[in-house]
Design a binder for this molecule. Structure first.
Ligand code: ADP
Length: 256
């Protein structure tokens, strides 16, 4: 618990700091891009200079992309949680993943029937899964399989405590895996093992923040050469998928 509190406050401090910097940096960057566009427009016939200006514009756009990611990270925009129904939500996301991951990655899915709904911000949920999937792809440079498994897990009523139901979303890859030293730091903001320009080290800390804000838990399990498994557990909404679909007043008469 102490560790996760430390982690959360570090995340918040880093978020505030990067937010301020990214915001000012973005303003200056738009001046740079605006002027470069003007220069480009006024160049006539000089291919060599044109190429250089174009590559400066490209670099500036990459910086802009990074700052917008930093802003998204620090903004902590209020989530807009809504009921998410997996059977209607997942097919679109899988299509998007197929396009994003390319031919070398095979996506294998395993969804339990009668999955209960969860309550999450749909866009952020999608972004979290994409983040995990893109990391998985990066860990499988020679191709491999990305497994997406969704099931529910019931914790029975015990000692007077109400039973609960979770939906578990597992993202499993057959990639290079992680050493214990890397594994211990994966959720840290700015921790990356990727070469400069390829990784920001913000992906997993964003996923972590989102899952936590949504009342869920994320765990990871990995070893070198064995691939990696991330599991997001989200509390299920009590309305659908229970044996006794109680009544319309939302009282939970179900036994799990
Ligand atoms: P980034 O992808 O920009 O490096 P992340 O926060 O998403 O930032 O990931 C941090 C680090 O965690 C990665 O650089 C990588 O070392 C490790 N990592 C994340 N996902 C995986 C995975 N599926 N397999 C192996 N290593 C991973």
């Amino acid at each position: 618990l102490e560790l996760s509190l430390q982690h959360a406050s570090k995340l918040e401090a880093v978020g505030r700091l990067t937010g301020g910097i990214a915001h000012d940096f973005n303003n200056m960057l738009s001046i740079v891009i605006g002027n470069l566009d003007l220069v480009k427009g006024s160049l006539q016939g000089d291919d060599k200079v044109l190429r250089r200006v174009e590559s400066a514009i490209e670099g500036a756009h990459r910086c802009a992309e990074l700052t917008s990611r930093l802003l998204a990270f620090s903004r902590r925009s209020p989530l807009q949680p809504k009921a998410l129904e997996f059977t209607s939500f997942m097919p679109g996301l899988i299509k998007l993943l197929e396009r994003t991951l390319g031919d070398r990655i095979t996506i294998s899915t395993d969804f339990a029937t009668e999955l209960p709904n969860v309550c999450v911000d749909h866009a952020q949920f999608e972004a979290a899964i994409i983040n995990l999937a893109v990391n998985a792809r990066d860990a499988m440079p020679n191709g491999g399989t990305l497994g997406i498994r969704i099931q529910h897990r019931d914790i029975p009523e015990q000692d007077g405590c109400e039973g609960t139901r979770f939906v578990e979303i597992s993202i499993v890859d057959t990639g290079v895996g992680m050493s214990p030293a890397v594994l211990a730091r994966v959720f840290e903001p700015f921790f990356t093992t990727k070469e400069a320009g390829k990784g920001t080290g913000l992906g997993l800390s964003m996923v972590y923040g989102f899952v936590q804000q949504s009342g869920g838990i994320i765990t990871v399990d990995s070893s070198p050469g064995q691939g990696t498994r991330f599991v997001i557990s989200m509390p299920a909404l009590a309305k659908r998928g229970f044996a006794s679909e109680a009544d319309d007043h939302g009282t939970s008469a179900e036994t799990v």
